[in-house]
Design a protein around this ligand. Sequence first.
Ligand code: HEC
Ligand code: HEC
Ligand code: HEC
Length: 423
Amino acid sequence: MPKPLRRYIPALAAALPLIFFCTPLWAGGSDAALSKKTRQTSNFLSERGRPLFLQYCAHCHGNNGEGDGFNAEFLDKEPAELSDRDFLGKKTNNQIYRIIYKGGAGVKKSHLMPVFGATLSEEEIWSLVAYARKLSGDTDHPVQVPEGAGRERPRGPAVSQEELAQFSSAAGEATPETLAFGEKLFRKKKSCLACHALEEEGGHVGPDLTRAGALYPAKWLYAWIAGPQVFSPDTKMPNLKLEREEARALVHFLRSRAGGERPMEWKQYLTARGDPERGRKLFFDPEGKAYCSKCHRMEEKGGRVGPDLSWIGSKRTREFLLESLLDPKAVITSGYSTVMILTHDRKFITGVKKSEDDSSLTLVDKEGREQTISKDLIKKFKTQKISTMPANFGDLLDVQEVADLLAYLQTRVHPLFAEPAKP
Ligand code: HEC
Ligand code: HEC
Ligand code: HEC
């Protein structure tokens, strides 16, 4: 596929999962009421597989399984063309199940195909097998869920508070061997590079991790990598089934990549002592200079133009929080890109895309106003390299006010990250 055409696909692919809310079978929900027989027919199964495919597979394999997802051009190995009947026809249902369940590395194929057996239920994986058969137009291999296949999503052992506390005290001890092990896992064994960029290499499904060491605290990296679903049940990042040793090595490797110089002026903000109470007031005050809650949810209130910041204090380093405030476009949070639409009657509309279905797109602008645009009216659609978050807080707020906001943000931590209660 020519490159310019590919450029349009990311945004569309990212939004497609939302379509599934419209498919009656899925939205019907209470499938406990359905007879076992209905649940097992190929058609029903592939209906269930479709939204899963759009959520977890389409970025590499393409919306129709043609191997042309927006992320495919960044991979050294082409994602299989699942729409190719001859290719898929040679495989048994069990073989297809196994590669989805175990990942490429688990069946001696490319490590760039991630493992999904620690994220999706067995029944969901069978529904993906059925959907792949459907994409290839194959009716000769009807798919049935085997007797006893699990219907619950697996839940790995969650990282405990004690384990996290211990991890932070051991984080400084990276040896050259651990770093090399972490790098090998990232690049060659565990699919990370398939979705994340490091410098010029790697995929773009998740954030660029070139500067990961400066952006994420070690404890957060450890907890997230070990089980992203604990914090974000519907994230596109699968649980990669890591041993604790492996998660630790990956954290060391990522923390070693701090990248680049920071502007000199930042130092005054980073060293100033802030008052979280004053910061909180600035955050929520509609009359104040900041009024962050206009766009962000926190303590269960506030707008939804930007990401929920409830646990931001555990997820981001102080330096990254400062950067988000002074230079928001430097890192755009996944799912919050600003898009620009040009309509056939020459109107420009910009905002953060909230949802999309077959016929329309909904954007929210920086005032929180939603606007739904029919796809027939769209002439051009572009993802922009700017943030919808205002870029002038550095001018509006003085050093003390910024430090107050940082102090407040840093108090907002996930319960797992709270210090264990002292007896
Ligand atoms: C990050 C990119 C990526 C994602 C996400 C991904 N795949 Fe793949 N997939 C690949 C690559 C690359 C291959 C080729 C592996 C090889 O031939 O060594 C592949 C191969 C396959 C194959 C063919 C295996 C074979 O026997 O040759 C199937 C089936 C498959 N993927 C299904 C899925 C499903 C279903 C999902 C979503 C649950 C998914 N993939 C998600 C990259 C991806
Ligand atoms: C199939 C694609 C995929 C694979 C494979 C993958 N990730 Fe991710 N990752 C994502 C996405 C998407 C996000 C953004 C998550 C979100 O906000 O839901 C993410 C987020 C992250 C983050 C940032 C978390 C944050 O707080 O924003 C880190 C760090 C990370 N991944 C590390 C890894 C590592 C290490 C591996 C390999 C063990 C890996 N990822 C494999 C897709 C992937
Ligand atoms: C007009 C809406 C708007 C206002 C007002 C706003 N933000 Fe944002 N903010 C956003 C959007 C949209 C994003 C996501 C895009 C990006 O990363 O730049 C974001 C991103 C962020 C992030 C990064 C989150 C992450 O997951 O890494 C932080 C931190 C943040 N904002 C803090 C603040 C603070 C503090 C204020 C008040 C001083 C504020 N924002 C005011 C819209 C806003």
